[in-house]
Ligand binder design. Structure first.
Ligand code: SF4
Length: 388
């Protein structure tokens, strides 16, 4: 019935504010923008520019680049000179880099859950005030990027551990209120989770509270195609068909040369929704093996990461009827947190891959041993469940 409702619906989009980002405008009934992100080392200017241009040629409306250090920020200045793409910068944990990068980009993305990493005694409100000053001075839009794996710890503490939606929602609403109070309205919000159902719920609840704020939609760590595209499609169909969403990203774990697939998939999903070709299995759930993996970014610690994720997918095929989640992440910064909810979690270091079962760390293993170790753990978990 829900499927019929979605197929027959005439889409009336939420009356969001207009947010100019470089040469495009997001929100206010403008076409839904499709975004992607680089996964090269930002300091490798030639490789990063090549990937940005590849994405732009594929139709990317905005390309995000991560900066982690002053050297990354300097590289971004050079990258800016070599491309006309609309650029967004991901500030990661170092919000103070904003003043160094803002002159070279069209949008600044910060994560409320990352603001506490530096100058911990300073209230988050002061940090947002600083970001607003920088964005205003350099004609940048902003994205408040709330992510399930890195919610503001103070907010997470207020709610039951089983309720991952409310801390995300409250964090986003608080930041919107402060930005509005500061007179800064040129921002979009994103609320991402690796579970499409949660993406639908948190964005729907946010849109009910703030229908005026443009939303950037995405399923984080959606994984490899085709599953990663299917998970994203499920969330987008539910949201976009109901008028929610002004810009999207399909996050896929693919080699850099295949990153344009993110744009192609995003455009296909939007075209299908606009034409009423909605195919969601509405009750998508974790009844089978679920592999989640990050799309990688400049932080990825070993270039074998994408291949490792693909090998995990192939090696675990024999277990696909089991309702288990395996998470594969590209770095030690976000890997430990982003694998928290998985039954088995892996995250890359330069020479070793870390493995954990539930919350228990099992150690770090060389790249050529990790698949065997993962298989033993998976077998043990399946046997244990069969016996219980
Ligand atoms: Fe980048 Fe690490 Fe997140 Fe993967 S887990 S996208 S490598 S920050």
């Amino acid at each position: 019935r829900v499927l019929e409702e979605l197929q027959s619906v005439e889409i009336t989009r939420n009356p969001t504010r207009a947010v100019p980002i470089g040469s495009i405008v997001v929100g206010d009934h403008n076409p839904i923008a499709v975004q992607s992100m680089t996964a090269t080392k930002t300091q490798d200017v030639a490789a990063t520019v090549e990937l940005i241009n590849l994405l732009q040629d594929a139709g990317a409306d905005v390309v995000r680049v991560a900066v982690d250090s002053k050297k990354d920020a300097q590289a971004l200045a050079e990258i800016r000179k070599q491309t006309s793409a609309n650029l967004s910068v991901d500030l990661q944990e170092n919000y103070r880099l904003a003043e160094v990068v803002a002159p070279h980009v069209d949008k600044i993305r910060y994560n409320p859950g990352h603001l506490y990493h530096h100058e911990q005694s300073k209230p988050w409100q002061d940090k947002v005030r600083y970001l607003v000053e920088v964005a205003t001075a350099h004609d940048c839009a902003m994205r408040v990027g709330v992510n399930c794996g890195s919610v503001d710890p103070a907010m997470a503490e207020k709610y039951d551990r089983d309720d991952s939606i409310s801390p995300m929602l409250e964090s986003a609403l608080d930041h919107c209120e402060l930005l509005d109070d500061l007179g800064f309205t040129r921002y979009v919000v994103s609320l991402k989770d690796s579970d499409p159902k949660k993406v639908v719920e948190v964005n729907t609840r946010f849109a009910n509270e703030r229908p005026d704020v443009p939303l950037h939609l995405g399923v984080t760590e959606a994984g490899m195609p085709p599953d990663g595209i299917i998970k994203t499609r499920i969330a987008m169909e539910q949201l976009v068909a109901r008028g929610i969403g002004d810009t999207i990203r399909v996050s896929l774990t693919v080699p850099n040369a295949e990153k344009p697939k993110e744009i192609a998939a995003g455009r296909e999903i939007l075209a299908d929704i606009a034409a009423g070709r909605v195919r969601s299995v509405v009750d998508y759930g974790l009844s089978t093996l679920n592999i989640i993996s990050c799309p990688s970014c400049s932080r990825v610690e070993n270039e074998a990461f994408v291949e490792l994720a693909q090998q995990v997918q192939q090696m675990t095929q024999y277990a696909k009827e089991h309702a288990l989640t395996i998470a594969v992440m590209g770095c030690r910064v976000n890997g430990p947190g982003e694998t928290d909810d998985a039954d088995l979690g892996l995250w890359c270091g330069p020479n070793y891959v870390n493995l954990k079962r539930g919350g228990e760390a099992l150690g770090a293993f060389p790249y050529d041993e990790i698949l065997g170790k993962l298989k033993s753990e998976l077998d043990a978990m399946i046997a244990q469940r069969a016996g219980s």
